[in-house]
Design a protein around this ligand. Structure first.
Ligand code: KG4
Ligand code: ZN
Length: 328
């Protein structure tokens, strides 16, 4: 069964065809990063206009090797994200579903990030390698969610960020340090020539599974404005502080809940230090999508859509965007 996935929630215009929820047949991502970089962040109106210009060429390119007759459903992100951007994807998906008489499947972007763990990177025959219950850490530009997944479509949110999301913290720290946008890759790159020697705080919020990164960001700002520090050392110290909190709190929750596995996802899961620390310290196996499937893409939307379709979860043509949609 082949699903066409469409993703336009933020600054990537993406389409993909995925077979049986795991095998990627085509996966096209048109990034707007260069356009937004000059403003230091995503400009919503510019993003929406760019999606309009790009979405049809991206879908056409995705379909070059696939016949429309082989497509069994159209999955699209309907939230969370930027309203104007989401609208472009949802309306294109509705038009295609109507014209091709295919089921329309509205997908939660955060759930889609988790489903990147079902995609192809696993060796053949390991499709069912995910073991429930698992603990999902979704760390993106807008979210730092800790979610218990008991089965397909069964999510229970345990924790979230109380202020900045992990990716947002990376982006803001990069701005403080005069590094580029997006901040995560820029901080990771700068860290390579530094050592994590600067004192930065970690918010443990011991009584809960929530996260908080704004105090860390403010502490970094004070360090930078107090005097001469090396940007590389500051980047490395900041990265380690974020990684420490994400890894230690997630592993602690995994122990408490006695889960079978930890699943990482979202753009921040592309961070090497984060993945290395998880793999070195977790008592249970950790699944991590390859970096290009951690950041926004439509293959994850198609994979998620496949499991919705299997469960008979189909959307009506009244599907609307939900910019503040959450998970669990
Ligand atoms: O999942 P994503 O592509 O989009 C959202 O749904 O938000 O995540 C984007 C976020 C950005 O904040 C970016 O700085 C961060 O992921 N990111 C990283 C890395 N690559 C992307 N953070 C840390 N290390 C990275 N290598
Ligand atoms: Zn995302």
């Amino acid at each position: 069964m082949k699903i066409l996935g469409i993703e336009t929630s933020c600054d990537e215009t993406a389409a993909a065809v995925v077979e049986d929820g795991s095998r990627i047949i085509s996966n096209i991502v048109a990034s707007q990063i260069d356009i937004h970089a000059r403003y230091g962040g995503v400009v919503p109106e510019v993003a929406a206009r760019q999606h309009l210009l790009t979405i049809i060429p991206v879908i056409s390119q995705t379909m070059t090797e696939v016949s429309w007759q082989d497509i069994n459903g159209i999955a699209v992100t309907f939230g969370p994200g930027l309203a104007g951007s989401l609208l472009v994807g949802v309306n294109v998906a509705k038009a295609i579903a109507l014209a091709k008489k295919l089921p329309l499947i509205g997908v939660n972007h955060l759930e889609a990030h988790i489903y990147a763990n079902w995609l192809d990177s696993s060796p053949p025959g390991e499709k069912d390698r995910v073991k429930f219950p698992c603990l999902c850490l979704v760390v993106s530009g807008g979210h730092s969610d800790l979610v218990l997944m008991k089965g397909h479509g069964q999510f229970e949110k345990l924790g979230r960020t109380r202020d900045d999301a992990a990716g947002e913290a990376f982006d803001k720290a990069a701005r403080i340090l005069g590094l580029g946008y997006p901040g995560g890759p820029a901080i990771e790159q700068a860290s390579r020539s530094g050592t994590p020697c600067l004192p930065l705080p970690r918010a443990w919020l011991k009584e809960s599974h929530d996260f908080s990164f704004s105090g860390l960001k403010t502490a970094l700002w004070h360090l930078v404005h107090k005097g001469e520090i090396s940007v590389a050392d500051a980047a490395a110290s900041f990265q380690l502080a974020v990684v420490d909190v994400l890894v230690i709190k997630t592993i602690e929750a995994a122990r408490q809940l006695k889960v079978e596995q930890i699943l990482l996802s979202g753009g921040v899961a592309a961070n090497k230090m984060l993945t290395q620390h998880f793999l070195a310290n977790s008592p249970v196996s950790v699944l991590i999508p390859p970096p290009h499937l951690c950041t926004d893409n439509a293959a994850m939307v198609a994979a998620c859509g496949y499991y919705h379709l299997q469960a008979g979860k189909i959307s009506g043509y009244d599907l609307d965007v939900v910019p503040s949609l959450s998970l669990g």
